[in-house]
Design a protein around this ligand. Structure first.
Ligand code: IPE
Ligand code: IPE
Ligand code: MG
Length: 248
């Protein structure tokens, strides 16, 4: 089985999971945290190097205050509890998004954990928090604009690599596979630049129901796909033969 180097997941459907059971939405989010723990664990076992989880979007700030506060509370307790687990398993925590919009207590815990786990090298767990791709691109353009205005960078010399380097994800390769749960077939402002050539996988399962088996199914389907990056199938076969390996 071909294992993606970088798996990104849009963890959607917590609210509906709760609503279907006539429970408050926050209980769906709480249940969703359990899925996070089991999927992180499974990704480690599979040897996935980077796992990015879309946990809270820029647009999610617009939800009812009560839900936003409950989500921030869950995030805080998840982070506090998780540190020892991350250390034990050798996982490095990273975060992308407009992190200074998070409540101060949470951005502080986050910074501390990112620092304390910086030397762990078994897997990177990257949390997208207060993240929106257009916001990230806008901030990157502001950074590059400042470099151009100061004369450090000539506009004609700007490359795709410079843009990638100005994004929050600069230290992380582009996702190979994106999974979205809950049956919605949209990207919802997630990693627009980085997903130019990601394989997309949509499942009806709501995030709290998303199991290790369903993760394996997604990766099996990913393994069966041929990633052509604009080339022809024949070109890829030829280069595989030259490289002396099987299919990509
Ligand atoms: C995903 O579940 C979690 C967040 C967006 C924070 P939702 O809360 O979006 O669940 P649905 O889509 O309403 O079911
Ligand atoms: C995307 O889910 C964001 C996260 C999973 C954090 P949403 O539930 O916010 O997306 P839309 O509103 O259905 O597009
Ligand atoms: Mg949703």
């Amino acid at each position: 089985m071909q294992i993606p180097t970088h798996l990104a997941i849009i963890m959607d459907g917590n609210g509906r999971w709760a609503e279907q059971r006539r429970l408050p939405r926050i209980l769906g989010h709480r249940k969703g945290v359990e899925s996070v723990q089991s999927i992180v664990d499974e990704c480690m076992k599979l040897g996935i190097r980077y796992l990015t989880l879309y946990a809270f979007s820029s647009e999610n700030w617009g939800r009812p205050q009560e839900e936003v506060e409950a989500l921030m509370g869950l995030l805080g307790s998840f982070l506090k509890k998780e540190l020892s687990q991350l250390q034990k398993r050798g996982i490095r925590l990273m975060a992308i998004g407009e992190l200074d919009r998070l409540p101060e207590t949470i951005s502080k815990i986050l910074k501390d954990i990112v620092k304390e786990t910086a030397d762990n090298d078994r897997m990177v767990l990257n949390l997208a928090l207060s993240y929106g791709s257009r916001n990230e691109l806008t901030r990157a353009m502001q950074t590059l604009g400042r470099e151009i205005a100061s004369g450090k960078l000539h506009p004609d010399a700007l490359t795709e690599a410079d843009i990638g380097a100005a994004l929050d994800t600069h230290a992380i390769p582009d996702p190979d596979l994106l999974i979205r749960t809950s049956g919605e077939m949209r990207i919802s402002n997630f990693l627009l630049w980085q997903m130019a050539y990601s394989e997309l996988y949509f499942t009806e399962a709501l995030w709290p129901d998303f199991s290790r088996d369903q993760l394996l199914q997604a990766i099996q389907e990913y393994s069966r796909r041929q990633r052509r990056f604009g080339l022809t199938g024949a070109q890829l076969r030829d280069s595989n033969i030259r490289d002396g390996e099987g299919r990509h």
